[in-house]
Design a protein around this ligand. Structure first.
Ligand code: HGY
Ligand code: MN
Ligand code: MN
Ligand code: MN
Length: 414
């Protein structure tokens, strides 16, 4: 199989223009994006991506989870395609590049093949996975999880957002519930380009992260129940304060993650107290713990230590406690063959690179369970992401998309 010559490069200006165009859809309040899954903004972003795919001569398929598959034919249509993609949905205070770079980097790969008149042996499919973020409908990577057989589709359809709206109803409402059975597609290999969302590549001056592994994750939803009471007239010794319990459990999550350094993280990102009134002691607190590690043993022990500590805190404060897992995947080892295709592409193109473990979860983490998969990372400014100030340079985006192009085209065969 011949490799694409090292002078074959994507069009970085065109990629950047598309990124900026997509960023206009579902703008945030501070320069980033709020294009949450299955909202009208998501519907608009999907329509723009579909138009661009049509203009690039791709055939669009949509499955019953709303995932978009834009196919470019190969010399031999009977061969399983190489997939490339990520997600267009964002956090409520998300950046312009998380997920979007991987989808539009895949589109740029196709646009470059069209410019060069190159037809690969295998078909190539550019993919937008529905609901990667899991912020409106938990868990994260929902559609790729159904595709990989990790969740039942009916269970996914029944997931509800903070207003009680069902995933399945919202998917119908925006008109993106496809006919295609989820997971029916055969994938020869999948590559996902993504910003690092951490500080390592920028700090080390590296252009490319060759992602060898991904952290495992638990999302645990905790409900503490105490008693609503007056903040003024209730003696301190008579209080059953769920808000205090939440604060102590949140501190315990941090302390336990610190005790498992260097490769463990933990935080509480979503937290609600009820009735959330200034002069009522909260009788209820509902919050989600997010813990991660590339080491399954550590991840498992952090979970049990946190659950024991939460029970002890609840006991001490006289609170009821319920802990429910709402998201999980084990640490991921990406396919060595695909990983070396990424590393060789970076070498061939003369980009500095280093192996790296993905701190964030990605659709690639689930797809790696059903097909050989690898990821390519580019740096982001100050390692910041899931923040509207998320920023990358055009050079970083171009380098990442160049490596994606070479790894995918080599795997698809020319
Ligand atoms: O949570 C994650 O790691 C991803 O951003 N959804
Ligand atoms: Mn992402
Ligand atoms: Mn994200
Ligand atoms: Mn497990």
């Amino acid at each position: 199989m011949t490799s694409p010559g090292e002078n074959l490069r994507i069009n970085g200006d065109r990629l950047w223009e598309s990124l900026m165009e997509m960023a206009k859809i579902g703008p945030g309040v501070a320069g980033g994006n709020n294009r949450q899954t299955l909202t009208d903004a998501d519907k608009e972003g999907r329509a723009l991506f579909a138009r661009w795919c049509d203009e690039a001569g791709l055939t669009l398929g949509v499955d019953q989870m709303g995932t978009m598959f834009a196919r470019r034919e190969g010399e031999d249509p009977s061969l399983d395609p190489v997939y490339v993609g990520s997600h267009l949905d964002t956090q409520p205070t998300g950046g312009k590049y998380d997920g979007v770079l991987g989808v539009l980097g895949g589109l740029e790969l196709v646009r470059t093949l069209n410019d060069l008149g190159i037809k690969t042996r295998r078909p190539i499919v550019v993919t937008n996975w529905t609901n990667e973020e899991g912020t409106r409908f938990a868990p994260a990577m929902l559609a790729s999880g159904v595709f990989a057989g990790m969740h039942e589709q009916d269970w996914a359809y029944d997931r509800t957002d903070a207003e009680g709206k069902r995933f399945g109803d919202e998917l119908e409402r925006i008109g993106w519930k496809g006919e295609e059975a989820v997971g029916a597609r055969k994938i020869h290999a999948m590559f996902e380009l993504h910003i690092e969302q951490g500080p390592i590549l920028e700090a080390e001056g590296k252009d490319i992260g060759v992602v060898t592994h991904g952290q495992g994750l638990w999302w645990l939803e905790v409900t503490l129940t105490g008693k609503d009471a007056h903040t003024g007239s209730t003696p301190m010794t008579m209080r059953v304060n769920a808000g205090l319990g939440m604060a102590r459990v949140t501190e315990a999550v941090h302390r336990i993650a610190m005790a498992h350094q260097p490769d463990a993280v933990g935080a509480v990102g979503q937290a609600n107290v009820y009735p959330n009134s200034r002069n009522v002691i909260p009788g209820k607190a509902v919050f989600t713990i997010d813990i991660r590690s590339p080491d399954l043993g550590k991840l498992t022990s952090m979970r049990s230590e946190i659950e024991a500590e939460a029970a002890r805190i609840a006991e001490e404060l006289g609170l009821g406690v319920k802990i429910e897992p709402v998201g999980h995947f084990d640490p991921v080892t990406f396919d060595p063959g695909c990983v070396s295709a990424v590393r060789q592409a970076a070498e061939r193109l003369g980009y500095s690179h280093r192996d790296i473990v993905s701190g964030a979860g990605h659709d690639a983490c689930w797809i790696n369970r059903v097909a050989p998969t690898a990821m390519i990372m580019c740096p982001c400014v100050d390692g910041l992401s899931h923040n509207e100030a998320e920023e990358i340079s055009k050079e970083w985006a171009t380098a990442g998309a160049d490596v994606l192009f070479h790894a995918v085209v080599e795997t698809a065969g020319i």
